[in-house]
Design a protein around this ligand. Structure first.
Ligand SMILES: [Zn+2]
Length: 333
């Protein structure tokens, strides 16, 4: 049976919306969000999303889902496409800036709308002729701290994916300590956001949660399964950013305007509930996160695997050569 009201009828004058979870999109004439370094912070300028295009590289959750469905075809970089892995793997300030240029601030210390401008060019595409530009500031220290917290959190997820016998209690403890140290600043950020919004932000971390995490980072190995500590920490983090539903795009965007951190922890929630084998590269010089593409994969790419084999080879070779040298010397004596 046909449903009343055909597709075309529904869409007269209303281009379809492709709702995505994103902070912004490039303003007309630009191909990424504009990011400028000003003192100790980043100034980010972008258009408020109008959700009219299906393909949006700046949609954080959309890109995560895309990476899930279709893993990388670039054989050199297996399973590093997902934006949450890109963030966790970011090395140094330049890579963090590249990330912000794609997806916007993680946590903005200010947000404002710029005067409305009219988009240049033809408007008969159904596109809105108006462009709403926004500007946010992201403190660089806070950005680095967020990356450290998220990296440690993802490491806990990876640790929970291991067999009991491989679970590294000491390394988990260090990660928990890093998380506890980092999120100690979240209440201050919450208060700052509340002041600017003139209402309570919908995410929140309690003092009790932070205290619990700090306490776990100092506790000795107890009688419970050691994995319980990591689970408690992940739950506390995830529960700070509740799963919310929004009746329309403006309300959703209102939630995200102070940064996409809630989206990072949405992904952490999914990874925690449905672990998809996130692993850390076994090459000790690399330690990058990657999504395991085949059983037993230990390295994030072919280069790391080769380096590791070469190191093993030289370790064995070195030992043999040393033994030969020692033997020769012994003979000469
Ligand atoms: Zn690697």
């Amino acid at each position: 049976m046909n449903r009343p009201g055909g597709k075309s009828k529904n869409q007269i004058g209303y281009p379809p919306l492709y709702i995505g979870f994103q902070w912004g999109e490039p303003s007309v004439g630009e191909d990424s969000l504009r990011v400028e370094k000003v003192g100790g912070s980043l100034r980010i300028t972008a258009a408020r999303p109008d959700y009219l295009s299906e393909n949006r590289p700046w949609d954080f959750i959309g890109q995560y889902e895309k990476a899930r469905k279709k893993p990388s075809i670039n054989k050199l970089e297996l399973g590093k496409d997902s934006p949450h892995i890109e963030f966790a793997n970011a090395k140094g300030d330049d890579e963090l800036i590249t990330f912000v240029r794609k997806f916007g601030p993680i946590v903005a210390n200010s947000w404002k709308m710029l005067p409305i401008t009219v988009k240049p060019g033809p408007v008969e595409t159904g596109d809105s002729p108006l462009q709403i530009l926004m500007r946010a500031r992201q403190d660089f220290q806070e950005l680095r701290a967020e990356q450290k917290i998220f990296r440690a959190s993802l490491a806990l997820v990876a640790e929970l994916g291991k067999k009991d016998s491989e679970y590294d209690f000491e390394s988990t403890k260090r990660k928990i300590a890093e998380i506890g140290e980092g999120i100690a600043d979240w209440p201050r950020q919450w208060a700052r956001e509340r002041k600017q919004r003139h209402q309570y932000p919908r995410w929140k971390i309690s003092k009790e949660s932070i205290g619990r995490i700090v306490h776990l980072s100092r506790s000795k190995r107890g009688g419970l399964a050691p994995q319980v500590d990591a689970r408690i920490v992940l739950c506390e983090l995830i529960n700070a950013f509740p799963a919310l539903a929004f009746p329309n795009p403006p309300e959703m965007h209102f939630y995200l305007r102070f940064g996409i951190r809630p989206l990072l922890y949405t992904i952490l929630r999914r990874e925690f509930f449905q672990p998809r084998d996130v692993a850390i590269c076994a090459n000790s010089q690399c330690r990058a996160f990657f999504e395991v593409q085949r059983a037993g994969q230990r390295f994030c790419n072919a280069v790391c695997s080769r380096r590791h084999r070469q190191r093993d080879y030289w370790e064995v070779q070195g030992k043999t050569l040393r033994q030969v040298r020692l033997a020769n010397r012994a003979e000469r004596i």
